[in-house]
Ligand binder design. Structure first.
Ligand code: GLY
Ligand code: MN
Length: 453
């Protein structure tokens, strides 16, 4: 439970930033196939930030630091299917609400009120209906909604102690899940079994996954969500798996390990380049530094390493300027982490990008999710990688543009490296950075030891 004091503090801080009232809806679980069979419910993160509790079909009205809860009490019938449920009055007390009313009463509070559209269609329609206006896309927000969004971005970009405690809880479980995955791979024969072991542990801790797990021997498929493959000696297994606490706070970790327990020479060479990039980025993190600089540093170290191996040709900085690194490292070096794994990405780039900045059209920068100077209290991921993506490497336009920069014969010697990513969660501190995920090793030799443990 987030304390009432923390929740009130967040509400007061919002009131210091804007003097318009806001309504935030929690949302509703969508049906899978019929009304009583739903997908698991996950409350909207903006709602969770101020209400602190996962409540379905609820809304909060925030004004001048005060919170009014709107939700219906459970119907008498619902006890049969759902057991005894908490009442509106009980919940109001738990979250330090100033008032509590049935949902129907929300209609009287809509004058000049700002909001943020939720993701589920049912609640989104309810929002438009109750407010009696449309809720346009994030690029076309009306003034008051934009003001609310900007204030919430300011608040949620850095974390208070309660948020940090939750994120640390999620991280501890994720670290253990990864250790279980790495240690148990040799007794399993499929990706699905390793995924099951990792997610099973997360569930056993009464947590859920913060996003769909990636557990794959095809690490070059960046968001691979199939688990059909058998594991063979010689494969690398990439697992991007993160737990979420019952209050909705996320973690996000990736490790890549050899199915056999031993990296081949070529796998180890590339692994060490990705790790050097990862370590240098973390070392460089401090308040004030531009996250874009961290991304470009990751790119430079990967380019340098690939030049040393003879895969890329030329000077690393020049290669990065022409985006040649992105042939093998096509995504951004990381993102904000908080209640959402890509925190506040429902707000488009309003959270990730400093005001006035836009996504670059450059191949090597276009997927950068965060382009702001870092501040103490932010949590970011650092997740450089190396991938051989057929859609990139076989693209005739890229082949033509970069034909002088790649040694294709040398690259063939690395055909057993499809995808490697190493990802940790980093708190920006007053002086530098704290690796919140430090209990999970990154060194190749430590990973091999864990494989054999
Ligand atoms: N964990 C998946 C991602 O960061 O995109
Ligand atoms: Mn990530």
């Amino acid at each position: 439970m987030i304390s009432i004091e923390t929740l009130k503090n967040r509400r007061n801080k919002l009131a210091q930033l804007i003097n318009i009232p806001a309504i935030l809806w929690s949302g509703k679980a969508p049906s899978r196939n019929f009304r009583a069979n739903n997908y698991p419910f996950r409350a909207s993160s903006h709602f969770l930030y101020f209400a602190g509790l996962t409540l379905e079909n609820a809304a909060i009205y925030l004004e001048k630091g005060k919170l009014t809860l709107f939700m219906d009490n459970p119907s008498p019938d619902s006890t049969l299917w759902s057991g005894k449920m908490r009442t509106r009055e009980g919940i109001a007390e738990e979250i330090g609400a100033n008032d509590a009313y049935p949902m129907e009463a929300l209609k009287s509070k809509i004058k000049g009120v700002a909001t943020i559209a939720v993701q589920d269609r049912f609640t989104y329609q309810q929002q438009c209906q109750i407010l009696n206006r449309s809720l346009p896309s994030i690029q076309e927000l009306i003034d008051i909604d934009l003001e609310l969004v900007k204030a919430i971005v300011t608040l949620r970009s850095t974390h208070d102690q309660a948020a940090l405690k939750e994120i640390k809880k999620a991280i501890e479980v994720s670290v253990n899940a990864h250790k279980i995955g790495i240690k148990s791979t040799q007794k399993y024969s499929t990706e699905a079994e390793v995924r099951g072991a990792m997610e099973g542990y997360i569930m056993s801790q009464n947590m859920t996954c913060a996003y769909n797990s990636i557990v794959t021997i095809n690490g070059e498929v960046l968001h691979n969500q199939t688990y059909n493959n058998s594991l063979n000696s010689g494969d690398l297994l990439l697992a991007d798996v993160g737990a979420e606490t019952d209050l909705g706070w996320a973690s996000d970790i990736t490790r890549t390990w050899p199915v056999s327990g031993h990296f081949s020479r070529s796998q180890r060479d590339i692994y060490d380049i990705v790790l050097a990039s990862h370590d240098a980025c973390i070392e460089a993190i401090k308040p004030g530094i531009e996250y874009r600089e961290i991304h470009l540093l990751a790119a430079k170290i990967i380019a340098e390493g690939l030049v040393d191996l003879g895969i890329l040709k030329g000077d690393a900085e020049t290669l990065v300027e022409k985006d040649a690194h992105a042939l093998f490292f096509p995504h951004g070096v990381g993102h904000l982490l908080g209640l959402d794994v890509h925190d506040m990405e429902d707000l488009g780039d309003l959270a990730g990008y400093e005001a006035g900045r836009k996504r670059s059209k450059r191949f090597g920068l276009g997927y950068l999710r965060l382009d702001r100077p870092l501040k103490a209290g932010m949590i970011v991921t650092i997740e450089p990688g190396f991938y051989q993506v057929p859609a990139i490497l076989n693209n005739p336009n890229f082949q033509k543009k970069y034909h002088q920069d790649i040694d294709w014969d040398t690259l063939k010697q690395f055909s057993d490296v499809k995808g490697i990513r190493i990802e940790d969660d980093i708190l920006v501190t007053q002086k530098g950075a704290e690796i919140l995920t430090a209990k999970l090793p990154t060194q190749a030799s430590e990973i091999e030891n864990l494989c054999q443990a």
